[in-house]
Write a protein that binds this ligand. Sequence first.
Ligand SMILES: Nc1ncnc2c1ncn2[C@@H]1O[C@H](COP(=O)(O)OP(=O)(O)OP(=O)(O)O)[C@@H](O)[C@H]1O
Ligand SMILES: [Mg+2]
Length: 285
Amino acid sequence: MSTVALNLADESNPLSQADKPNGGTVHLDGIKRSTELNLSHGRILYLEDVSVSFDGFKAINNLSLDIAPGELRCIIGPNGAGKTTMMDIITGKTKPDSGQVFFGSTINLLEYNEPEIAQLGIGRKFQKPTVFEQLSVFENLELALKTDKRVKASIFFKLKSEQKTRLLEVLETIKLEDSINRQAGNLSHGQKQWLEIGMLLMQEPKLLLLDEPVAGMTDQETHRTAELFLELKGKHSLIVVEHDMSFIKTISEKITVLSEGCVLAEGTFDQVQSNEKVIEVYLGR
Ligand SMILES: Nc1ncnc2c1ncn2[C@@H]1O[C@H](COP(=O)(O)OP(=O)(O)OP(=O)(O)O)[C@@H](O)[C@H]1O
Ligand SMILES: [Mg+2]
């Protein structure tokens, strides 16, 4: 693992660092590198021939994938296809045995660890909500800024007016304006999921990875989540892994079907739904 000193902004003013969530420079093994996201090739994320094995089992097998800026990409596929492992690789939780993983056309994600990748602007939502149950909705969102590693003097932290504006915007986006002072532990499962997405949004991620976001939600919550994702698309790039095919039908443009660690098919909902191979390994079960 490389020793990395992040130097994103003026250390003497911690708030100036929060103002600059993406972009800057990092020092990697003494070499100064730019972390400006370069989208000139029309892709925000690029995986090529990525493989990883666990005890000889190839969980990801020569996987190649391209995500465009602002795209909402759906990923489907059977249990054990490698969908979560793919997210583990993008976010630095798992290092692949081979292959390339780029954020934009210049940032080699394999050179960064998990917290650094989060700071570069890749947010991840795990399946289980992990909000702070004892705190209010407002406090959870506020904390999403405080726990930002760039804000070092967090005990002296006070929201600046633009951060307050951002917090209120996020509250509206996640449809929790009316619950601002409610204790997070009293929210419904769906609302907790939205709050956690809100906490990610506070960091203004460029790319959001969402693993089975509507699992356990009511139909109404699922519907509102679809609206939320369609609203986020364009402002952020999203990768959504889901087994709920009616949800996928509502939000999808392009779908990637993973099976046995690689891409089995790619296309629109109708193309994927009528694909014989996809029916055989997944939809027809
Ligand atoms: N850290 C690990 N150690 C050992 N095996 C692992 C590890 N992570 C994943 N695997 C294995 O890799 C394969 C792919 O798992 P993964 O969780 O990525 O599938 P998935 O497509 O997300 O499935 P699901 O739809 O059930 O969530 C599985 O066989 C799993 O047991
Ligand atoms: Mg999974």
